[in-house]
Design a protein around this ligand. Structure first.
Ligand code: HEC
Length: 236
């Protein structure tokens, strides 16, 4: 918007100078260089970079930060893994492979994380954690899409993948947190209808903030879920 302001001022200057029909010598016009501010997020994810916000945080919160484990209340062994600051306490940037966050993924028997019966991290997930630490364990973020599509919103393509990544590890059928199961369409619709789904993900007062008080879904995801709710919560 600032760009438009500058352009408008330039335009006015031009118009005034042109009042007497004096032709302007282009060389005398100084156009200030204004840094361009993109109006939509740009696609800036590099395939060689591991992004904390997009890859590491969802992996850790959904496998480690559930109630009874490493959330702010349970904090098993004093370890909280809900947000960047706390996760960094388990990270050694100077010696990535000796970070507790990484070592515990390989430990023997009862020290292995996540503990049985939860599945061990896959080789790909373990390397992702290590690579992120090797790259400096930054609180970095990128965006995958240039625009946020809030028109073609469907349960299967827009809502379910988000819930699966950020919510289902705690809210699944086996032992759902707060007895809230978000693993099927029918159950999700119940909490969408009650207002609890939108209330919790928008961190609205009166609802428990989800996925946690320290992490929030992206604006795009929140908007897409909102559109899905307002359009009748279809199973599409
Ligand atoms: C780390 C585990 C965990 C994750 C991840 C998680 N939740 Fe929860 N959720 C809980 C717990 C525990 C409660 C109960 C909180 C309480 O009563 O203090 C809860 C409560 C809720 C409630 C009830 C809120 C209310 O005030 O009525 C909703 C709805 C909910 N979660 C939805 C979600 C959604 C949607 C996501 C993903 C964006 C999510 N949760 C991610 C553990 C989790």
């Amino acid at each position: 918007m600032r760009n438009f302001g500058v352009l408008a001022v330039l335009f006015l200057v031009f118009s005034c100078l042109n009042d007497k029909n004096t032709p302007l010598a282009p060389a005398t016009v100084v156009v200030p260089t204004v840094p361009s501010v993109p109006s939509t997020p740009t696609v800036n994810c590099s395939p060689d970079t591991v992004y904390f916000q997009q890859s590491v945080l969802p992996l850790i919160t959904s496998n480690c930060a559930m109630s009874g484990c490493h959330n702010a209340i349970s904090k098993k062994e004093g370890v909280i893994l809900t947000d960047y600051t706390n996760i960094m306490r388990e990270v050694k940037v100077s010696s990535p492979a000796s970070s507790d966050l990484y070592k515990c993924l390989f430990a023997n028997s009862e020290d292995l994380m996540p503990p049985a019966p939860a599945a061990e991290f896959t080789i790909a997930q373990k390397s992702l954690v290590l690579k992120w630490i090797q790259q400096g364990a930054k609180n970095n973020s990128c965006s995958y899409s240039a625009t946020c599509d809030t028109v073609n919103v469907t349960y299967s393509a827009s809502v379910m993948p988000v819930l699966k990544t950020y919510c289902v590890s705690c809210h699944s059928a086996v032992s759902p947190s707060a007895s809230i199961d978000l693993s099927t369409y029918a159950k999700v619709k119940v909490y969408a209808t009650s207002g609890q789904l939108m209330g919790s993900i928008t961190h609205t007062a009166g609802y428990k903030p989800m996925p946690s008080s320290t992490s929030k879904l992206g604006t795009c995801e929140i908007n897409q879920i909102k559109v899905w709710v307002t359009k009748g919560m279809l199973n599409n």
